[in-house]
Unconditional design. Sequence first.
Length: 340
Amino acid sequence: MNNSTTPMPWLDEPRERLRQSLADNRLPHALLVTGEEGVGKRAFADRFAALLVCEQPDMAKGVRCGRCKQCELASADTHPDIRRYAPEKSRVIKVDQVRALSSFAVASPQVAGRKVAVIDRADQLNINSANALLKTLEEPASDLVLILLQESGRPVLPTIRSRCQVQGIATPSSAQAAQWLRAEIEQMALESPPTSEQCDRALRLAANAPRLALEYVTGDFLSLRDEAFEQFRSFMKGQISVGDAAKPFKTLGLEASLWLFEGWAGDLARIKAGGLARDEEASEMLGFLARTNPAWRAHELIDLVHEARSAAVYNVSPDLEAGRLLIAWQKLMPVKRAAG
Ligand SMILES: [Zn+2]
């Protein structure tokens, strides 16, 4: 369980909605929590799961007691009646994991009054796992609450979605996101904390998804991004091969690479529409491309990323995919006439 105590005020409204359903005894069997990557869906699910098993929750406030045996187990992340299922190395939730969930669904709770199963990244269920999950969704055990998490823009099968109550998590305002990030970094007491410029940049690149921004400033994402962008720019100018340009994307991994390409294509579309690039360092090159290309080119590049993402469930290598996207981008460069 995530033990960060920094308040996330943008989660208050969805929390209140669930508190109300719980208080009125009309809690759905399955909840689909949707929102951008890094917006706090996991923290939201963890806190709700802990509330669901607590013996003496304060239902007027919608908070767990924090003292009972259940709360103790939930805080230590060892509650036997709260299970999490997340994609493993293959990036998909495997059918074996869903089978384990199905057995958990029909077993009696071990210590609490009910069981909670969290499927982290329900958008990464492949067809077989999704079909296996449907059985549990169609005949829900009365003492089970299923919480499915879905990242915005990643599809979940309609047959699954239609059996869940959808709860959206909105992205916080930039002020809320910045405040959370600052407080969280302070709490981490890092030896060399990120500068406020780095924080601002991370928040901008993460489009104010605070947990994602935290990952950016505490990991090596920002420097890897810079290296990848340098290679991207050299490739666009025809200075290096596609193989060399794709290399840093291999280090970044597929998810982060697709995220970057999607961001750049999104920025290109934004510039075409008269707006500003979120990735300021890329704005000069994107501005140049915006002057010489129609807007549909940007949308086409966004579609390519979405296609790559659906294919990703079936294993794609990051550098091959980056190579394919780089070649699509290079078509946006003006063709130089051969000097006669
Ligand atoms: Zn409790």
